[in-house]
Design a protein around this ligand. Sequence first.
Ligand SMILES: [Zn+2]
Length: 86
Amino acid sequence: MAGIEIDRSAVSRCLAKAIAYQQVGKTEEAEDWARELIAHLQLAGILTDRVGPDVGQCFSCNDTVTESTGIFLKETNDWGCYDCCK
Ligand SMILES: [Zn+2]
């Protein structure tokens, strides 16, 4: 699913500023620009905030899976525990 068209110049500006601030040790400003960059990527549908629900069941062994014990499989909308997804 495509998001809205990405604002390339805004993305370039955010990235350039984030790097520039980082290089002069202004990490807070750098982080602000990095967040803005992420916001643009999210708007464009390149990055998604969350990949799935907080908890689910492993598609294979039916164990309860959370973000710390497994991964959400976007392709199938299923959770998989790390044991089954090795
Ligand atoms: Zn499993």
